[in-house]
Each structure stands twice: as structure tokens, then as C-alpha cells.
Design a protein around this ligand. Structure first.
Ligand code: F3S
Length: 387
């Protein structure tokens, strides 16, 4: 793999052991995947931030590193809201470990925003190369923005943040971004909103697996695209998808789809994802809410009182820019938490059944929280919580 003179110096250990090891990791990854060179990145998003997932060994490894990020880098959601963990009922021993993980990343120059929606915080543009980790964030920037990232593992994303480059293979290359399967969506029986696109993604992800799908017959907006991609990343392994006439790569230079396998999704298949089971908590914000989603929750909860625990997950940056809406939501008794989510927080395992408005959460809550999950629209979620 081609390395420039600066890279050679780093690899020779001239800039310290951590940068040497991190570049060696990127070179090894590049060789495995056939990369011919490294590509400079605009930003990194690093998974492996929740103590629930990395445990003691992960914490020790992070604490042993000594270098600084050279590009903007944020963390994936962690196991608790940093400023409000006691109120959320997080165990103090867990909180101490989680704070140690966060402190280790801070020492490495990673910004302490813990979110799966860094695209609300950083200007990210068409064709930008990135090293992001979290599956829904990867899906969104690749598909909706047209930036280029593989789904990095935590160490690979951290290494890219510390070096400022990532191996150029996979979705960094235009020839690997062509669709592999067409998904025709029949006219749905209900109005397609965020939850319906989540349900479509939940169903379609199982059919397409890790192939790049090309959707026809739908016109989702950005929040609906976010829901569709997040769910397909969870039930399949979709890191890039296209929607005809909607996502930027289909608009800039249309793909040839003749001869590709075509899958049809009928309205009844989306409908079947919706159930009516009783729940003991409601959680929205998977992926973390956009400003528009936060506004909608605030409108729906204004002047009401929730009778079930109601969680709204969102990045700190979006909270800071929307204080009034957050206050309106919290007056209802619902809680708006940054840094964490219904899947990575250990607190959520106290519930038996959780209602969500996300296809990704529908897929992950049973395994990660041990609870049954039900999907509904945001209006259904508010009705169930306030009834
Ligand atoms: Fe984000 Fe957690 Fe969902 S990381 S995509 S809110 S599972």
C-alpha cells in the first residue's frame, strides 16, 4: 500500500508509540481489504464508547494510548446521560466506569458529544471521506448526504481520528457504490411517516442482507430516510442504499438497474410489523432525534402528562439549540436525555415491554434490553404514554 513520507515517519515511530500503532492498524486493515492507499478524512465517529459494550479490557486499552485526534471526532452513544445519570437511575459503579471511558477519550482529543447523529453537528458534504462507526450514521451519510465511509470498528475509527486518514477501499470507491438489488414498494395502505419507513426498513433489511438496495416507489423526506436506513442497518447490514430520484447519487448520475434482482414489498408486509401489545415504557430518538422530530414530540406533549416513563434521546447539540422545546417535553414528565439511548443504556432493561417509533430499536431492544418491543407512530407513542 502506498504511504507518503509523513506516514513512513509515523510508522517508524518518530511521532510516538500510539501514532505508530494506530497507523500500523490502518495499514493492516488496508492490506486485508486490498486498499492501495490511505485517504484523508473530514471527521471520525468512534464506537466502543459504552462501558456496557467495551468493559474493563476496552477501558484499559484506551487508557494506555497517548496521542490526539487530528480531525473532528465524536463518540457513539454511551451508557448514560453524563450530567443526569443519577436521575436516570444508573448504578454509581457503572457511572464511575463510564466516566473513566469518557475521560480516556477526552485525553485523546475526541469531542465529548456522544451521538449517532453527528451529521446534525458537523457540516458533512457530498463526496467527503469519513471514518464513522455507528451503523445508522454510516447509512445516513453514505446514502442521504453522499459522503463516503465504510462501517468502521471502534479501533479503526479511533486510529483514523488520530492519524487523519483511513484506508481507501469499499464504499470510499465509486465502483463499489452501485446498487445490487431493486426494491419496489407497493402503494402503502397507510400514510408513510417515520415509523412506517422504520417498519419498511425492518422488513426490507432482512431481504437485502448486506447488498446495496435501490428503492423505487417511495418519496421519503430526510427523517424518514434516516428511519429507513437505520432499520436496514439493524436487520440487514446495509451501509448504503439509494432511493430513485431522492438520494443524491441517483439524482447526479442515475444508476443502471436493468438485470438486477427485483424484490417487491407489499403494503401488508409493512402493516404486519405494527402490533398492539401492552407496554410499560415509551422511548423515541433511535437514531437520536433531529430538531424537527424534537419539535413534533414537543407539540404533541405540550400541556399533557405522561403516565408511563417516556424517554426522548437526542444529541446535546440539538438539546442546546432547542431548549424551549426540551422544557415543554419535560413539563409533561417525559425525559430528554443526551449521550445515551434505549439500546446502550443498562437502565432500559428494567422494563418488560417498550414502545418505540423506530425499526432499528424494534430490532435491537429485545436482545440488548431483554424487553419486548412494539413500534408505533410518534402520535401512537404519545397516546399510549398519556392514556
Ligand atoms: Fe442511535 Fe442507539 Fe439507535 S446508537 S441508532 S439511538 S440504537
Amino acid at each position: 500500500m502506498y504511504l507518503d513520507k509523513d506516514d513512513e515517519k509515523i510508522l517508524a515511530g518518530e511521532q510516538g508509540e500510539t501514532r505508530q500503532k494506530m497507523l500500523a492498524l490502518l495499514v493492516a486493515l488496508g492490506k486485508v481489504f486490498g486498499a492501495e492507499q490511505l485517504v484523508p478524512i473530514k471527521s471520525a465517529q468512534v464506537s466502543g464508547a459504552s462501558y456496557k459494550t467495551i468493559g474493563e479490557y476496552g477501558l484499559q486499552w484506551l487508557s494506555s494510548l497517548d496521542a490526539k485526534a487530528v480531525v473532528p471526532a465524536v463518540l457513539n452513544p454511551i451508557g448514560m446521560p453524563r450530567g443526569r445519570w443519577e436521575e436516570m437511575g444508573v448504578d454509581p459503579d457503572f457511572a464511575a466506569k463510564q466516566n473513566a471511558v469518557v475521560a480516556a477519550y477526552e485525553r485523546l482529543g475526541v469531542t465529548l458529544e456522544c451521538t449517532c447523529t453527528p451529521y446534525y453537528l458537523y457540516q458533512t458534504g457530498f463526496g467527503d471521506h469519513l471514518a464513522w462507526s455507528e451503523s445508522s450514521a454510516v447509512s445516513y451519510v453514505n446514502s442521504v448526504i453522499g459522503a463516503r465511509t465504510n462501517r468502521e470498528g471502534g479501533p479503526g475509527a479511533l486510529a483514523a481520528a488520530l492519524i487523519g486518514k483511513t484506508p481507501c477501499y469499499g464504499l470510499h470507491l465509486a465502483e463499489n457504490r452501485n446498487p445490487a438489488v431493486v426494491v419496489d414498494v407497493a402503494r402503502p395502505s397507510r400514510k408513510m411517516g417515520i415509523a412506517e419507513y422504520g417498519a419498511l426498513g425492518y422488513y426490507a433489511g432482512k431481504l437485502v442482507g448486506n447488498r446495496i438496495p435501490y428503492f423505487r416507489g417511495i418519496r421519503p423526506d430526510r427523517d424518514q430516510l434516516k428511519a429507513l436506513g437505520a432499520a436496514m442497518a439493524a436487520t440487514g447490514a446495509v451501509a448504503l442504499y439509494h432511493v430513485e430520484g431522492v438520494t443524491p447519487e441517483t439524482v447526479k448520475s442515475p444508476f443502471a438497474t436493468a438485470g438486477l434482482e427485483t424484490i417487491s414489498v407489499e403494503a401488508a408486509e409493512i402493516e404486519r410489523v405494527f402490533t398492539d401489545i401492552p407496554v410499560d415504557a415509551v422511548a423515541v430518538g433511535c437514531p437520536h432525534c433531529s430538531p424537527e422530530e424534537l419539535s413534533r414530540v414537543s407539540q404533541l406533549l405540550a400541556g399533557k402528562h405522561v403516565r408511563k416513563p417516556f424517554y426522548v434521546f437526542v444529541s446535546q447539540g440539538v438539546i442546546d439549540a432547542n431548549r424551549q422545546k426540551v422544557d415543554t417535553i419535560e413539563k409533561s414528565g417525559a425525559r430528554v436525555y443526551a449521550d445515551t439511548c434505549m439500546v446502550v443504556s443498562p437502565v432500559m432493561s428494567r422494563y418488560k415491554a417498550i414502545m418505540v417509533n423506530s425499526g432499528k430499536a424494534l430490532a435491537y431492544v429485545p436482545d440488548m434490553c431483554g424487553a419486548v418491543a412494539r413500534i408505533g407512530t410518534i402520535e401512537n407513542c404519545v397516546d399510549v404514554a398519556t392514556a
